[in-house]
Design a protein around this ligand. Structure first.
Ligand SMILES: Cc1ncc(COP(=O)(O)O)c(C=O)c1O
Length: 281
C-alpha cells in the first residue's frame, strides 16, 4: 500500500512531495505539527487533535490559509488513497517559504499531511514493559505548543536508546513532566497520579483519553506534581502516546518499579484503551 502526501492540497505519493529549501520549517523549525492515528481506519479523536493544532498555530502566530473542513478533507483523502489497515497521519504547518530572515514573511503557510502505515510496538515489548531514564528538562517554557523544535526531545530519546532504555523522562524544578514523546502516569496506593497540564508539558490526546478510561473504571485520579523519587517508588508507572497507546515502565534510571513487571492497573487500562478507542472512533 502506498504512503501518500498532501502538500498544500496536492496529493501525491509521499516520495514525490517536495518542499523548498527556503521553507521556514527547514530553516528555523518554524512550525507546528500533529500525529493522529486510526482505529478501524477512522482517525481517533480527530477533533481533539485539530483543536490542539489550532491552539499551537495561534500560539506561534501562524494563520492557516484553509478552513478546518478543508484540512479534514485532505486527511480523509490521504487516508483513502493510502488504504493501509491502520494509518499514522502526520500534519505539519510551517510559516511558509521565504528567503532566510527572522521576521515573519508575508507568505502563505506550508501545509503537509501524510499517511503512512502504523507499526505497533511488538507484543512482547508491551507485555514486558520498558525501561526509562530521567533527563534534565532543557526545553523551552512552552512545551504545551506542539512545535517542530524537537532537538531536546530527539537528544533525550537517543540518550535513552543509548542507555538501553525506551524513553527519557524530563525532570525540571524537582518534578517529572513527561517523556520525550509521551505523557507519564504513576499508580500510587491504587490511585492514578499524573503531572498537571500547564506550559511545561504537552496536553496529550491519549493522556486525556486515558483519564476518561480510568474514571470509567472507577479509579481515583490525581493530577499533581510528582518527584522522580516518588515515581520510582510508585507501584506502577506507564506512558501514553498516540502510537504507543499505554506502555508499562518497569525501570527508571535502573530502579525497579513495583515488582519489575507491568502491573495490574496498567494492564487493565491498556486492555480497555484499545478496544474502547476503536469503539469511540
Ligand atoms: C512531548 C510529548 N508529550 C506527550 C505526547 C503524547 O501526546 P499524544 O497522546 O497526543 O500523542 C507526545 C506525542 O508525540 C509528545 O511529543
Amino acid at each position: 500500500m502506498p504512503d501518500i502526501a498532501c502538500l498544500n492540497g496536492t496529493i501525491t505519493p509521499l516520495n514525490d512531495a517536495k518542499v523548498s529549501v527556503n521553507d521556514r520549517g527547514f530553516l528555523f523549525g518554524d512550525g507546528v505539527y500533529e500525529v493522529i492515528r486510526t482505529y478501524g481506519s477512522r482517525p481517533f479523536r480527530l477533533e481533539a487533535h485539530l483543536d490542539r493544532l489550532y491552539q499551537s498555530l495561534s500560539q506561534v502566530r501562524i494563520v492557516p490559509n484553509w478552513e478546518r473542513a478543508t484540512l479534514t478533507a485532505w486527511i480523509d483523502a490521504v487516508l483513502a488513497r493510502a488504504g493501509h489497515a491502520e494509518t499514522k497521519i502526520y500534519v505539519q504547518v510551517t510559516r511558509g517559504v521565504a528567503p532566510r530572515n527572522h521576521p515573519f514573511p508575508p507568505v502563505p503557510p506550508t501545509t503537509l499531511v501524510t499517511a503512512t502505515e502504523i507499526h505497533p510496538l511488538p507484543a512482547d515489548v508491551v507485555r514486558a514493559g520498558v525501561a526509562a531514564i530521567s533527563m534534565p528538562d532543557i526545553r523551552w517554557a512552552r512545551c504545551d505548543v506542539k512545535s517542530l523544535n524537537l532537538l531536546p526531545n530527539v537528544l533525550a530519546r537517543q540518550a535513552a536508546l543509548d542507555a538501553g532504555a525506551f524513553e527519557a523522562l524530563f525532570v525540571g524544578d524537582g518534578v517529572v513532566r513527561e517523556g520525550s514523546s509521551s505523557n507519564v502516569f504513576g499508580v500510587i496506593g491504587g490511585a492514578l497520579v499524573t503531572p498537571p497540564l500547564g506550559p511545561r508539558l504537552l496536553p496529550g490526546v491519549s493522556r486525556a483519553y486515558l483519564l476518561e478510561v480510568a474514571r470509567d473504571l472507577g479509579l481515583t485520579v490525581h493530577e499533581r506534581d510528582l518527584s522522580l523519587a516518588e515515581l520510582q517508588a510508585a507501584d506502577e508507572v506507564f506512558l501514553t502516546g498516540t502510537t504507543i497507546e499505554v506502555l508499562g515502565v518497569t525501570r527508571i534510571d535502573g530502579a525497579t518499579i513495583g515488582n519489575g513487571t507491568v502491573g495490574p492497573v496498567t494492564r487493565r487500562l491498556a486492555a480497555r484503551f484499545r478496544p474502547a478507542a476503536r469503539a469511540a472512533g
